[in-house]
Design a protein around this ligand. Structure first.
Ligand code: GRF
Length: 203
């Protein structure tokens, strides 16, 4: 890993995970810096956070391309132009395609607001609540071709409380998720990592 690992962060929404990374990167000892933020839509708080931090942004919208594959190639090229050591999907609500995975294999992370392999997909907090689990959480993983299936970097457990609704549970998960993301990305940036089958080792 270089002295300061280059992060490209992908967002689709409020960008609180991105903000946590931007705040951590303000300390040079953290070992990483956000060199660009990409999105699949305009006018989101995640992009505004990047702009306030003086970080370059780019947007690649699926409807602007003739096919999903074409979009995937455009996104891949946009990310690659910033030469990332790690690509962090932080609330990026699109699955990337084959080109993207081939280019960034083993160095793209995603966070999922559930304890994998439970409740993959877009509705982790709501499905955990509906199932009645007493403990859920968040999972940081290395992206593969599946939906929230990649090798696990870190997990954090979060209790479900009796009065929870989907919003309160997701907010509690997100607080734990941000801390896990910052801690793990920092360790990866400073000490490196390896992926051996489903096992991820930091350092
Ligand atoms: C996070 O809980 C992430 O796991 C999920 O969407 C949320 C994004 O939050 N996919 P934010 O945009 O980082 O605030």
């Amino acid at each position: 890993m270089p002295a300061s690992a280059r992060l490209v962060v992908l967002v689709s929404g409020s960008g609180t995970n991105l903000q946590a990374l931007l705040d951590a990167c303000a300390d040079p000892a953290y070992g990483a810096r956000v060199v660009a933020v990409g999105a699949d839509r305009d006018d989101i708080e995640g992009l505004a956070r990047a702009e306030r931090a003086g970080v370059p942004t780019f947007v690649r919208r699926v409807p602007d391309y003739t096919s999903r594959e074409h979009w995937d190639r455009a996104l891949t090229d946009a990310v690659a132009a910033f030469e990332p050591d790690l690509v962090v999907s932080a609330g990026f609500m699109k699955l990337v395609g084959e080109d993207f995975l081939a280019r960034f294999e083993g160095r793209m992370l995603n966070t999922h607001p559930a304890l994998s392999p439970s409740f993959p997909g877009m509705h982790g907090p709501a499905e955990a609540l509906a199932y009645g689990v007493k403990v859920t959480g968040a999972t940081l993983f290395v992206v593969d071709g599946g939906i929230d299936t990649g090798p696990i970097v870190a997990q954090v457990a979060v209790p479900v409380e009796d009065g929870d609704d989907q919003a309160s549970l997701h907010e509690r998960i997100k607080a734990a998720e941000r801390a896990m993301l910052v801690e793990s990305v920092g360790r990866m940036a400073r000490a490196g990592w390896s992926v051996d089958g489903r096992r991820v080792r930091l350092g």
